[in-house]
Design a protein around this ligand. Sequence first.
Ligand SMILES: Cc1ncc(COP(=O)(O)O)c(C=O)c1O
Length: 438
Amino acid sequence: MAAVVASDLVTPLKRPFPNDGLGDENNNNNNGGATPDEKQAPRAVARRRDADPAAALAAARHEFGEHGGVNMSIEASATFTMAALEGTEAAYCTASGMSAISAVLMQLVGAGGHVVASRCLYGGTHALLSRFLPRVSGVTATFVDADDEAAVRAAVRPGVTRVVYVETVSNPTLAVADVPMLARVAHEAGAKLVVDNTFTPVVVSPARLGADVVVHSVSKFVSGGADIIAGAICGPASLVNAMMDLQDGALMLLGPTMNAKVAFELSERLPHLPLRMQEHSRRALAFATRMQGLGLRVAYPGLPDHPHHARLGAMGNPGYGFGGMLCVDMGTEDRANRLMHHLQNTTQFGLMAVSLGYYETLMSCSGSSTSSEMPPEDRARAGISPGLVRMSVGYNGTLEQRWAQFERALALMQPPQHHPKAAADRDADTAGNNHRKH
Ligand SMILES: Cc1ncc(COP(=O)(O)O)c(C=O)c1O
């Protein structure tokens, strides 16, 4: 990540070219390169310079960059900031989450190698492992229920399996990986555990739990603005250095490096990431609890009946909750779409969009969007039902205002006898109390 050195913006002009024709270079009166005319009335000259913004800008210091570049330095300090985020020795910022993931996998696995991966992964990662890497490099992947230790052990082939790959909290089903168990299994077979921590930055630190490499789609919570595409690889210095090798490194040779200006922008957002995650988590828990109270089928790791509630509680960093993602299963894609339609267009609860980690609540029907790369049978096996609505819970507006908007939208899904006022706007589905548990 980068940061413009603050002093560059405030310290006075040091002219880089002493003999640039601007004045008497032997002049010691602290006038910089004042002309003879300027020497006679230095204060007036200063006023004149200040009056014209163009002149003031041109008079501001122009200093060479640290390594002699014509522009001032953008300090490559993100390496430290991002590594600090995950508690790893080093980190490298990339142009997208997918570039981070593909670079790590290509570096660690190599031609003909094998990956054991969770059955439930972001659609792009699933496609990378199931289609692209097999086609271009002969890498093969076995997809397993990552919660089933025996299945993971059976799939891992010592000496051939190079990577065990999971998401801390899976997209979109919100299953929580047992990182310490997976690290043990991977290490016993001589493989590395790579964990995608996109859904739970700050909330969980997988490297502290045994993961060898942590990858991020920085485009999501870390950015927080839904306006930047970025990624990160956090891991040991030996890996990051190897990946930067001039002859042999995936980062050097595939060119996924983050734009320095993007890095600078992100460096401004990292300081409030922990605060943002706390509020995402607080709102998501409140909504999940209330939605469940209405009888909706909700998946949220913060709910006591979530199968991995205790696991995330034990793995998580205290004080950051259970993350900002929740899922509501509406049964069918049609009902999911109608609920989202009302939430966006009738009550302004949130926006239909496939991203996450934004201050507005974002909603998508995963089966037909972010997981659409997966064949239907793989989606079914991963537990992605056609009516699953994934929500990234935002934090703007008040909690009660947002909850009232959610309830109003839900009421529009009801049959008329329950909500007569909503009849004009209700959907055509008369199958009964469809938002109830089913
Ligand atoms: C869990 C996860 N990992 C990786 C990615 C890919 O990230 P990017 O869009 O920054 O390439 C996504 C994108 O949605 C994601 O949800």
